[in-house]
Design a protein around this ligand. Structure first.
Ligand code: HEM
Length: 212
């Protein structure tokens, strides 16, 4: 779970940094999107890596849950939580909600199924190349309050999931001694917050009309 989760964590950071180029205008974001498309076979290697990591993550989660239940088939008579955080106790739910987000996100931005009118624009780069207008697609998408609002809500679940996941990953891989646990937990929460703020900055700025 730690390794497959880390692959996705890395992707989310890189994806966010790439997407933040929306603040630099259409030329910049569309050039970046074209650069990714032009990677050709390499892009497919990355995509296949992400798909394998995704299914590995879900499969391991189900197996862990099963092992957990079979190890203690009778539940505790009294369920009082002393130390486990909300994020740690809701990992399965936030994970399932992220799966819902991903299905919608791919249908919207990658496949153009949900809003074909956002997907059909073309842009002429300064060098004359005619490319898919990813910038227009993002702006049109987030000008819709329901779409922008649902992204913001999903980013709460993403932040919740990551805020526990990173600390848990260090523990699983035994990277740092337990005495560093409080620092790791703070780092994990901080990174979750950075991803939340970075990803929410786009729908919020577009919805409020700061980016057009
Ligand atoms: C506000 C936040 C986000 C924005 C603005 C955004 C934007 C985009 C856009 C524009 C694309 C299509 C790129 C293209 O066609 O060139 C895309 C694809 C994708 N996004 Fe996001 N994204 C966001 C958050 C996320 C998150 C949190 C995840 C994962 C949990 C994610 C996973 C993906 C994946 C897997 C793809 C497909 C990449 C591919 O085609 O290989 N995105 N995103």
């Amino acid at each position: 779970m730690a390794i497959t989760g880390f692959i996705w964590f890395g992707f989310v950071i890189v994806h966010m940094v790439g997407n933040l180029q929306v603040f630099q205008g259409p030329e910049k974001l569309n050039t970046y999107a074209k650069f990714l498309k032009d990677l050709g076979p390499l892009l497919w290697v990355a995509r296949i890596g992400l798909i394998v990591a995704f299914f590995g993550h879900v499969f391991t989660a189900i197996r862990l849950k099963f092992e957990n239940t079979t190890a203690r088939p009778v539940s505790y008579a009294k369920g009082s939580t002393i130390q486990a955080s909300v994020a740690s106790r809701t990992m399965a739910y936030s994970g399932l909600l992220l799966l819902t987000f991903l299905v919608y996100h791919l249908a919207h931005f990658t496949l153009g199924f949900t809003n074909p009118d956002h997907y059909s624009h073309e842009y002429i780069l300064k060098n004359g190349d005619v490319v898919h207008d990813v910038y227009a697609m993002v702006i049109l998408g987030f000008q819709n309050p329901i779409i922008a609002g649902s992204y913001i809500v999903f980013m709460v679940f993403l932040a919740l999931h990551f805020s526990h996941a990173l600390g848990s990953m260090f523990q699983t891989l035994g990277i740092l001694a337990p005495k560093h646990n409080p620092t790791i937990q703070k780092l994990s929460t901080g990174l979750g917050l950075i991803i939340f703020l970075g990803n929410c900055s786009m729908p919020i700025s577009i919805l409020l009309g700061y980016v057009r």
